[in-house]
Design a protein around this ligand. Structure first.
Ligand code: ZN
Ligand code: ZN
Length: 727
């Protein structure tokens, strides 16, 4: 028997091993962790397959050292999904499998929370003197227990003890074993929620009817229509059947309200998984999901890989959000993998959004029975009124037009909150010399440096480079000045104009400290803040019931981008941020500042909302043959020397000649829109096909040739299947 093992390396293959000496190969199962020799190291791999033979000659095969656990860490369905993902995204299987395991498990932590632990006895605590002089291992084990109070057997073994050492210490009465009480799987009490309106009730019914079979449902509900209530009711049914629910959200810190509502409704703490956890916390949440002890699992992107004992339902909230796509390394879409996962488990998945991605919307339109609409705000609240403010015909103060200032005044006087949205952090996007036209550029990127901290620092938003800001132009010595607006500058202006209004700014710079965002959101909810200024972070799910005026300070970023997704993203942002205005009895007002009030996108949004925009955009995508009416993949390459990336991609194009390609077009190579970034020269090659099959087939035969090109080692390159950013 040959063991095919996934190991965390950049190589796109499995590694063959002979079974460990003292293990019965029949007891080994795919998904099990194994200690294996790898080069000169000893690493943990995951057994993927048992094979009859290897392509390596027998004398080259090494022997696996030992299984880490007695049972598989990853179940068969999850392994299938990881296999599928590695193939679909053309990413090394070892790295894909590593993405599914918490760091602690990749370094040897036990699979299950320990049931039996070792502790020191009274004698053990004073044992130092009673030990033979050369008993270094015994001493080390005692020391370990002194420091950790208790430890499971595998933990002690990993710290250098052996079974014989532990037995010896036990016989001497220095250590003893304790059983930990096993946490039983609780039955969950569900508290009643508010009653549902007919649209919500119909949506819940549709989810309930399909439990136990795969269906991908789109819950398309305007902001404030009560999508969360639909999730909660559907999940209550899932829990009553003894199954688990997995809920994926864009960002945990921005969803305290959602998590609080789960806590209020269900008498069972959800397992929460996100990037802010320590290794230990992550492992604990992962174990609770795997054992079934956590009935509800809430997490960001990577939670799509968490094992579930009894999967019953998957929910992807704000499914349009770009954060579900991993943008580096293993470039997967958690939303798309969640659909694959639901399919393999045979369970329904609910994708919820007020502004669904065009992919999801097109799919739902092809199968109308999977579209669940919540067309109205709950409790008869009125939708906000949207108005364009033409920046060309209105004077303004530092980026805020006079009519906007007057409207702000009116809302503040009525005791309401005002939200100003600008998707640009920092003080100003450009430092400029009015005399000679010089402007501050990043030395390592083809980009302007952003002015931060009034005029103190210059920061590159692309590579993170920082320097002190000049006060004088380096070429003509005239005084330079910051041009344009960032959130810091808007904050400064608003403080001057509304000195009595308490203000909060929410962006990545002001919310660095852990817990700061939650604190600020709570202050806003307690009405201790009147004016809220912020970036994209404000559009991700948090509701501000006391905000009655939303101002989009600059709608023009994105109107003229060359990325075919830019208009979709802009429409989603405007609709999402507009949805923060007005609740229940108070109807809201939304002002959108623009220099292009005649732009077709803005007109569609104003006249018919997201729906008109989406149908217009879908028609355009169809005519121009972009996703969802085509499939694309992007090869990105970069190198410290100028020509290398372009040369490599040209060679890659040439390597495709003669391969069957059936409608697959290779567009490029072309220099990236920002060619130099962090000191590297970048280029890209776009692959385009009408459907997914031929594109995948071409990639399978083409990528091995690309990998073998001489420049493949000189350029850093990657493949991105279904990219969401084209740059
Ligand atoms: Zn100058
Ligand atoms: Zn830079």
């Amino acid at each position: 028997v040959i063991l095919a093992v996934a190991i965390d390396t950049p190589l796109r293959r499995l590694f063959d091993y002979l079974p460990p000496l003292h293990a019965d190969p029949r007891s080994l199962r795919p998904g099990q962790r194994l200690w294996v020799p790898f080069g000169r190291r000893r690493v943990i791999g995951v057994l993927m397959q048992l094979r009859e033979r290897s392509e390596l000659s027998p004398d080259k095969l090494r022997r696996a050292l030992a299984p880490v656990d007695e049972e598989p860490a990853l179940d068969a369905t999850l392994l299938e999904i990881l296999d599928w993902a590695a193939e679909y995204y053309h990413h090394p299987i070892g790295d894909v499998v590593a993405a599914a395991l918490p760091t602690a498990l990749r370094t040897g932590a036990p699979l299950e929370a320990p049931r039996r632990v070792w502790r020191l006895t009274e004698e053990g605590r004073a044992a130092e003197s009673g030990l033979p002089a050369r008993a270094a291992r015994m001493r080390a084990a005692l020391q370990y227990l002194k420091e950790h109070a208790e430890a499971a057997g595998p933990e002690l073994l990993a710290s250098g003890a052996t079974g014989a050492v532990l037995k010896n210490l036990q016989q001497r009465g220095f250590i003893e074993q304790h059983e930990l009480a096993r946490e039983s799987i609780p039955s969950v009490a569900v508290r009643p929620g508010p009653s549902l309106n007919p649209a919500q009730a119909a949506a819940v019914e549709a989810v309930r009817d399909g439990l136990g079979t795969f269906r991908s449902l789109l819950l398309y509900g305007v902001t404030g229509s009560g999508k969360t209530e639909v999730y909660l009711h559907a999940i209550a049914t899932v829990l009553a059947r003894g199954a688990q629910a997995l809920v994926l959200v864009p960002e945990i810190a921005l969803t305290p309200q959602l998590i609080a509502r789960f806590g209020d409704r269900f008498d069972a703490p959800p397992a929460v998984l996100h990037s802010g956890l320590s290794d230990g916390e992550r492992l604990a949440a992962w174990r609770r999901a795997r054992s079934g002890e956590a009935r509800i699992v809430i997490g960001t992107r990577s939670a799509v890989f968490v094992p579930l004992a009894q999967p019953g339902l998957i929910v992807v909230d704000e499914e349009h959000d770009a954060s579900f796509k991993q943008q580096e390394g293993f470039r997967y879409s958690a939303r798309d993998l969640a659909i694959v996962r639901a399919q393999r488990h045979g369970i329904p998945i609910v994708l919820g959004s007020a502004t669904p991605s065009l992919e999801t919307l097109a799919r739902a339109q092809r199968q109308p029975e999977t579209l669940l609409s919540l067309p109205h705000r709950a409790a008869d609240a009125q939708p906000p009124r949207l108005t364009l403010v033409d920046l060309r015909s209105h004077a303004g103060a530092q980026g805020i037009a006079t009519p906007v200032l007057m409207t702000m005044q009116r809302h503040l006087e009525a005791g309401n909150q005002v939200l100003l949205f600008l998707n640009r952090r920092g003080y100003a996007p450009v430092l400029f010399c009015p005399k000679c036209g010089w402007s501050a550029h990043c030395p390592r990127c083809d980009a302007h440096l952003t002015v931060h901290g009034r005029s103190q620092a210059l920061v590159c938003h692309h590579c993170g480079a920082q320097q002190q800001a000049q006060q004088q132009c380096p070429s003509c010595e005239a005084a330079v000045k910051p041009v344009g607006q960032g959130t810091e500058r808007i904050e400064e202006t608003v403080r001057q104009l509304f000195p009595d209004a308490p203000l909060a700014r929410i962006d990545r710079d002001s919310m660095r400290r852990k817990g700061e965002l939650e604190e600020t959101l709570a202050r806003v909810d307690r009405k201790e803040v009147s004016i809220l200024i912020g970036t994209q972070m404000l559009t991700k799910g948090h509701h501000f019931p006391n905000v009655t005026l939303v101002v989009v300070l600059n709608a023009d970023q994105g109107l003229f981008s060359t990325d075919f997704r830019a208009s979709e993203r802009l429409a989603q942002t405007i609709v999402q941020v507009a949805g923060r205005a007005g609740r229940a009895e108070r109807s809201g007002e939304v002002l959108i500042q623009t220099e292009y009030p005649e732009h077709a996108l803005l007109k569609l949004l104003l006249d018919g909302g997201y729906e008109s925009f989406a149908s217009g955009a879908l028609r355009e995508r169809q005519q121009t043959s972009w996703p969802p009416f085509a499939r694309i993949a992007l090869v990105r390459a970069e190198a410290p020397k100028p020509i290398v990336a372009m040369r490599f991609l040209q060679a890659a194009v040439d390597a495709g000649h003669g391969l069957p390609r059936k409608g697959v077009k290779l567009l490029g190579p072309a220099p990236a829109p920002m060619e130099r970034r962090a000191g590297r020269y970048r280029a890209q090659l776009l692959l385009h096909a009408d459907t997914h099959g031929p594109l995948q087939k071409f990639l399978r035969s083409w990528l091995p040739r690309v990998e073998a090109l001489p420049d493949a080692k000189r350029a850093r390159w990657s493949i991105d299947v279904d990219p969401v950013e084209l740059f």
